[in-house]
Design a protein. Structure first.
Lengths: 823, 321
């Protein structure tokens, strides 16, 4: 503990005490009362400025006795405020949406990206992310993020994220600061984030600020809407496969707000009559019942006790359900059912108290709960009619459960002693309960012949709840050394206690920038990260067989060192360019042994994995325009990722290096949105990437037999083995695809707002009463057949062979339409 | 089932498509493979061939210009006849023979060795059926008398002779599309269950291959009376007049063959559809394949003609040697 106190003290050394005063406060949307994240507060006289944080708060300490503040946020009209700085004071500002830009909300990124000391961080306007055309027209934050440089998708259409050579588990997904373990719906085709509930998204790909930890590759920090504090508003949307509802408003005007969002797919409803019609017996009994759906609920309640004190309550619950029930007949005229059901999802809840301790310091005190469950049931049920006419049910059932429960308490502080320093420090503790897999089976069996004999068997294997404690202390300082140099340095100290071992980790983080002229800055960064939770995955798509497991006595935490350097250039035509290079070395990464999977295995998962190392390097280019009628970006990544598992007894690929599953040389994304007028805009994307790697068994040989005739028949899969020369030895065809999306907006009625009196009491705000948007999108515009699966098929021949290697493409050209009503 | 298949195909054809992936077929190089399962009381032979390209449906091709020597208990033998890739030796394998093979193929030297296990001491198995009203069962009772002074592993396989398959599927027919079947291989003696297959199940184990693999440690040199139970879980839509002959193979296997069979069972399980393909264990230096002996006893069991067989009055414990 003393070490940490000393550490904090050391961080404070550079802070000088001068005759100066502080102005602080909150910047909000004038129409909704929603806090604005990333708004710029600048003293036009001294040139000193800051931006609002995730709570919409700013703190600016100035040496002058008066100042003229300019508060800006693109998409909003700026405010100028001349203040007398003879004492510390609180100034809250409400920005009015710009009439010209009210449909497309964009953000003042271009100044921040060049001036920020943070390396490898991307803050994308949510409205722009939502405008990206995606599968089934369902706006998806994660899939839009995949189009950024350094971020790769998994298989076609899926939401798996592979950031700078890291695995899908190496990304920390935070929903209002609460971690989510599984962010996938429907095998990864949709993410758990309902775009309608999201206010702000920031992606850190490396050089993480010290306040983040626990993952090696990225942090996706998602902040949800607080809710309109003056009027009830919302939107309802119906699309190709899902319907959504988002409602927000005041519970107590300008005091307590709520924001509720719900989404559900309805393919199961639509398919049910079809399945019933096509799979019904002559006697009218259904032979097959099958379906799939997911839903998620987001809720947030915010209460403002005073300007200094706010309470936030966040709730999220998402669930996926897939079920099939097949009825078959038996020779004994019994009904027999084969059941399969799989259910997985997250539940998170959190309370956060945000309190302003003084003009220069505020605090967040929070408690949160995260739960992830994955349940699977496979069963057979047989209804036998006994001689006496009574019915007897016999069942054979197998259950599978994997779950995680986390309870976290956290306190963090933000302290701005001078305009040149912004300190953040805090601590948190998480208690984990992890049950990687619990399999159980039961037989409840009635013997009709021997009437007195009935079997009842219940058995459970691998019930091993792992309890772990994770403690973290962090401190960071964003320090403007002078007009040219600015650094963000800090330390993240964590410890993970599991079983009877304790893994301490001291993780230094630093990144900095140097301004070279008005438009150019160079940046460098270094970060050391440690990860205590791992996802064991066998495939490229998110399957129920994926398993979250903790570090244990035998499995140490994964660690990574990452260095990065780059340049940012802002042009005068509103386009920002950035170029970054990185190198990351990962240690103690885990992978399944060849052929192993925890699902269905009766040995512990620790016996099924290997420990190894990996390294990745690459270059990323981004050209981005965030405001104006034409917005979008061009992102290109060149990268190489290699894994090495050569530890004794844990060799993969004979202990030789091999390309990682998502080692892709080239990744290119072009995303453009053009707003013709307030009623019509169009978006398009084109993506290209080198094909995924795959392990292909190129050679075959027969199974050994003690019968010589067994070798002379026609080779058959039953008596043939595959020889794999090396892991990921085959490169699938390149991937490319174009999508397009068109939005038609219409405002039904406009009225003069009856907004309550605010700090700025003039000028009424005109805004739409009700409007609607019709979105028509086409996924895979030119019907490119991209590979989803590969296999050999004897339906085709190739170069004289009677079989061929075949790819299965699952998404041809897919048009979709969605209707959204805003009220 | 046809209807479901049609629906599935219809949906698949709407949303998916297949396409041949063009690639350079010359990127693959053949390996050599040596397979030999010297079996007690059978003529010794060795399979030696090149692997074949995975799209190639023809048989593996022989390796040219090979010099093969088999050392049996210290005496060298050479093949007396060759049939394509099978090299036959004029020798009948005996229990506890020590065999070592040396092959020179071009500049490649291939070596391997194995020791033949003893024949299993098994009572005459007795089979009977039990139609419980809920499940159809086939039960096979026998006694394994383990050698106290010998480390052997056992592989127990139930074969359905007329199915054309080396694996059994109780009562079911491959050509009946309306049949949905699953066959569990249950064993009443939990000590016999291979930990790899079913570690902590209290009463039963599940073998995807209908092969029960069990290490010697489970026997401790004692006699075990065992009943295998096969459960038919579903029925056909029509009553099929089944006539099937079942045989039970019980073999003692060398540790190398035991591991080999284990890894094949893993490599060919359903879960392999979603995992990285594993490398199969080989004890051959310089080539793929396995050189591992066994000693097998085969017992004809029953010929089912659609009826049921009564259970035995009492288990038979007469040993066959």
């Amino acid at each position: 503990m003393y070490r940490h106190i000393i550490l904090y003290a050391l961080l404070l050394i550079p802070l000088g005490l001068h005759a100066q005063h502080t102005v602080s406060g909150t910047v909000t949307d004038h129409a909704t009362g929603e806090t604005l994240i990333g708004a710029t507060v600048l003293d036009t006289r001294s040139g000193k400025g800051t931006i609002t944080n995730a709570n919409g708060r700013y703190t600016l300490t100035l040496k002058a006795t008066d100042a003229t503040l300019r508060i800006t946020f693109v998409g909003y009209e700026p405010i100028y405020d001349t203040i007398d700085l003879t004492h510390n004071q609180t100034r809250n500002y409400s920005l009015k949406p710009s009439i010209q830009l009210q449909e497309v909300v964009v953000r003042a990124q271009r100044v921040n990206s060049r001036e920020s000391s943070q390396m490898s961080a991307l803050e994308m306007p949510v409205e722009q992310l939502k405008a990206v055309p995606v599968l089934f027209g369902e706006a998806d934050i994660v899939k839009a993020i995949q189009l950024l440089p350094g971020v790769q998708s998994g298989n076609e259409g899926t939401g798996g994220m592979y950031v700078r050579g890291g695995g899908p588990d190496e990304n920390l997904f935070l929903l209002d600061g609460i971690p989510l373990y599984n962010v996938n719906h429907l095998g990864g085709f949709f993410s758990a984030f309902n775009a309608e509930a999201v206010k702000n998204v920031t992606l850190y790909k490396g050089s993480f600020p010290a306040r983040f930890g626990g993952r090696l590759s990225s942090v996706l920090d998602v902040t949800t809407n607080n809710g309109n504090d003056r009027e009830i508003h919302g939107n309802a949307s119906i699309g190709f496969i899902s319907a959504k509802l988002n409602v927000e408003g005041p519970i107590i005007k300008e005091k307590t707000t709520f924001c509720l969002s719900a989404r559900r797919t309805y393919a199961d409803f639509l398919m049910r009559p079809l399945v019933r019609r096509l799979a019904t017996d002559v006697d009218g009994k259904a032979k097959l019942v099958a379906g799939y759906y997911f839903y998620d609920l987001n809720g947030k309640v915010t209460h403002k006790f005073s300007d200094k004190s706010r309470l936030y309550a966040t709730f999220y619950h998402g669930d996926d359900d897939v079920y099939t029930k097949v009825r078959t007949e038996s020779s004994l005229a019994e009904d027999q059912y084969l059941d399969f059901a799989n259910n997985w999802g997250n539940t998170v809840g959190g309370l956060r108290w945000n309190y302003v301790l003084g003009p220069k310091m505020f605090m967040n005190l929070s408690a949160s709960y995260t739960q992830y469950n994955n349940r699977m049931v496979v069963g057979i049920e047989k209804d036998a009619i006994l001689d006496d006419g009574s019915e007897q049910v016999s069942t054979v059932k197998g259950n599978y459960l994997s779950s995680i429960y986390d309870l976290t308490g956290r306190v963090d502080f933000s302290y701005t002693p001078t305009p040149d320093h912004n300190l953040q420090f805090g601590t948190y503790y998480t208690r984990h309960w992890i049950r990687p897999s619990v399999a159980s089976g039961s037989i409840d069996y009635f013997d009709q012949i021997q009437m007195n004999s009935a079997w009842q068997i219940d058995t459970v294997i691998q019930e091993d709840t792992v309890r772990a404690n994770e403690m973290v202390f962090f401190a960071e300082d964003d320090w403007s050394i002078n007009d040219v140099f600015k650094i963000n340095y800090g330390i993240h100290v964590s410890g993970f206690g599991v079983e009877d071992v304790f893994y301490p980790s001291v993780q230094p983080r630093i990144s900095g920038r140097a301004l070279l002229g008005d438009n150019l800055s160079i940046k460098v960064g270094y970060a050391y990260m440690s990860q205590y939770m791992h996802l064991l995955s066998t495939t490229s798509i998110s399957l129920p067989t994926d398993l979250w497991v903790p570090s244990t006595r035998r499995i140490p935490p994964m660690t990574a060192h990452q260095v990065a350097a780059g340049v940012v250039y802002n042009t005068d035509i509103g386009v920002d360019f950035s170029l970054e290079g990185y190198y990351k070395h990962m240690s103690d990464i885990i992978e399944y042994k060849d052929g192993a999977t925890s699902f269905g295995s009766t040995v512990g998962w620790e016996e099924l994995v290997c420990l190894g190392d990996g390294w990745t390097y690459g270059a990323e280019f981004l050209a981005q325009r965030n405001y104006g009628n034409l917005t979008g970006w061009v992102a290109y990544t060149w990268s190489r990722t290699t894994h090495l598992f050569d530890r004794p007894g844990q060799e993969l690929n004979n202990g030789k290096p091999f390309p990682a599953k998502y080692d892709r040389r080239h990744d290119l994304s072009i995303v453009l949105t053009y707003k013709f007028n307030k009623n019509f805009d169009i978006s398009g994307t084109w993506v290209f990437s080198t094909g995924n790697t795959a392990t292909l068994s190129m050679e075959k040989y027969p199974v050994a037999s003690d019968d010589p005739d067994a070798y002379n028949g026609t080779p058959h899969m039953d008596n043939t083995l595959s020889h794999v020369s090396s892991r990921n030895n085959f490169r699938m065809p390149n991937y490319h695809r174009a999508d397009i999306s068109v939005n038609f907006h219409r405002t039904f009625k406009q009225s003069k707002s009856s907004l309550p009196e605010t700090a700025d009491k003039n000028a009424p705000v005109w805004r739409p009463k009700m409007r609607r948007t019709i979105n028509i999108s086409v996924y895979n515009l030119y019907n490119r057949a991209n590979p989803y699966l590969t296999y050999t098929s004897s339906q085709y021949s190739y170069q004289g062979y009677s079989k061929a290697l075949v790819q299965l493409s699952i998404f041809p050209i897919l048009p979709s339409i969605a209707y959204t009503l805003y009220f | 089932m046809k209807r479901y298949t049609i629906i599935a195909l219809l949906l698949l054809s709407l949303v998916s498509c297949e396409k041949v992936i063009p690639f350079d077929t010359s990127i693959s190089e053949h390996e050599m493979v040596l397979n030999a399962v010297p079996s007690a009381e059978k003529q010794l032979f060795v399979y030696f061939a090149n692997t074949r390209f995975f799209l190639d449906s023809t048989n593996n091709q022989p390796v040219g210009g090979t010099d093969m020597v088999m050392s049996i208990n210290g005496i060298d033998y050479r093949p007396t006849s060759v049939d394509r890739c099978n090299y036959f030796f004029d020798y009948t394998v005996q229990e506890e023979d020590s065999l070592a093979i040396r092959i020179q193929a071009g500049d490649r030297a291939i070596t391997a060795h194995t020791t033949v296990p003893r024949m299993p001491r098994i009572s005459q198995p007795v089979a009977y059926t039990n139609d419980t009203g809920a499940f159809h069962l086939l039960l096979v009772n026998f006694n394994i008398d383990d050698y106290p002074d010998h480390k052997d592993y056992y592989c127990i396989t139930l074969r359905q002779r007329d199915s054309g398959s080396r694996y059994s599927h109780y009562f079911e027919r491959y050509d009946t599309i309306d049949t949905t079947y699953a066959t569990f291989f249950l064993c009443n003696d939990k000590d016999l269950i291979d930990p790899f297959i079913a570690a902590n199940l209290s009463v039963s184990g599940f073998s995807p291959f209908n092969q029960l693999l069990t290490p010697d440690d489970n026997f401790d040199g004692e006699s075990h009376n065992t009943t295998l139970t096969l459960i038919r879980l579903t029925d056909t839509n029509e009553v099929v007049p089944y006539i099937h002959q079942y045989t039970l193979d019980i073999e003692t296997v060398s540790p190398d063959r035991y591991r080999y069979l284990q890894e094949i069972a893993t490599a060919t399980s359903m879960m392999q559809l979603i995992t990285e393909p594993p490398a199969i264990y080989s004890n051959v230096n310089g080539a793929l394949g396995i050189f591992a002996a066994n000693a097998r006893r085969t017992f004809p069991l029953i010929t089912l003609t659609g009826g049921t067989l009564p259970p035995p009055e009492e288990p038979t414990n007469k040993h066959h040697r």
